[in-house]
Ligand binder design. Structure first.
Ligand SMILES: [Zn+2]
Length: 321
């Protein structure tokens, strides 16, 4: 019986949830770019979730102490709404759903497990923002390429004594339930059989260190993004609404425009190109002559860009060619 699986494969992360315990047939399967779940958790408005969590706690308490089945049903309805807010919160729904069904089947209401689950619910309004602060600190001290450097292993080993963080604000690692299995054709991976939101945060952070993945704040939107590709990337590729450009697509275009307008080599080339293009209209050169020239000019420009020709030599060539 499992409720939740989470694993990474290449540059993606995968979640499977199963509220009914029919192994191998999860009723929720979701896929994101690597680290997207942790980053979106970091941006979650936890204060907005607190009233719903408190209400669910009250309902759960009434169910386990007074056998109020309606309160149990209300708790499930609230949890079903809550899980829309973040993929981690789906875990609460499947665990409570499982417990609520077993309670009905076995009549074992009021067990130790029920009380632990109540404690967990009641602590979440404080725990979730605490996890956010600890993740933030972990980024600053270990993963942020611009603050902590390019070597997460080095930074992590400096920041912990055995498994205890040296900084009291830093995330604390604990044993997590990891298995290992084929996750797609031809590929095996560690798989987290998650029992708590904390496990998923833990697994995400340690995976960054193990895989040497740093994070950076995007130059456009200011949000964190993982550097799964080039370490020099300045713009994120975080998911956007359909039809919108990612920051990286937008950034690439802006940089291209800026680079071209500042670049004296490009300017000199562009000026001569325009002048000669006008010659076609005036009948001074044929199309073919013009295209032959522009081909040569691009080759010369490339030589100039790579430092074989100086700017003066290039402009002189443009004049006499
Ligand atoms: Zn961005």
């Amino acid at each position: 019986m499992w409720y939740a699986k989470m694993y990474f494969s290449e540059k993606r992360e995968f979640f499977q949830y199963d509220a009914t315990g029919t192994q191998g047939a999860p009723n929720v399967s979701r896929e994101f770019p690597f680290l997207e779940s942790l980053l979106s958790f970091l941006e979650l408005d936890c204060e907005a979730l607190a009233p719903a969590l408190r209400q669910i706690g009250e309902d759960w308490n009434r169910l386990i102490t007074e056998d109020d089945r309606q309160a149990g049903t209300n708790a499930m309805v609230e949890l079903a709404q809550l899980k829309q807010r973040h993929i981690y919160l789906e875990l609460l729904y499947v665990r409570w759903y499982d417990r609520f069904s077993r309670m009905g089947a076995f009549g074992d209401r009021g067990s130790e497990e029920d009380r632990q689950m109540l404690d967990e619910l009641l602590s979440l309004p404080e725990q979730l923002p605490l996890y956010q602060r600890q993740i933030q600190r972990f980024f600053e001290l270990v993963l942020d390429v611009d603050g902590a450097g390019r070597d997460p292993q080095q930074q992590a080993s400096r920041s912990y004594l055995y498994d205890a963080p040296r900084d009291p604000e830093l995330f604390t690692f604990r044993p997590i339930p990891l298995s290992f299995e084929p996750v797609e054709p031809g590929r095996c991976s560690p798989v987290l059989y998650s029992g708590s939101i904390r496990d998923m945060i833990d697994y995400s952070l340690r995976s960054c260190v193990e895989r040497d993945i740093t994070v950076r704040r995007c130059k456009n939107c200011g949000r964190w993004f993982p550097q799964t590709g080039r370490v020099s990337a300045e713009y994120c590729e975080r998911p956007v609404a359909p039809g919108e450009q990612t920051c990286r697509e937008m950034g690439a275009f802006q940089q291209w425009t800026r680079k071209q307008s500042d670049d004296p080599v490009f300017k000199a080339y562009r000026k001569e190109y325009k002048r000669r293009f006008a010659w076609i209209k005036a009948g001074r050169v044929t199309d073919t002559e013009f295209y032959d020239w522009s081909k040569q000019a691009r080759e010369k420009k490339a030589e100039c860009d790579s430092g074989i020709l100086s700017l003066e030599e290039f402009t002189a060539w443009l004049k006499r060619s």
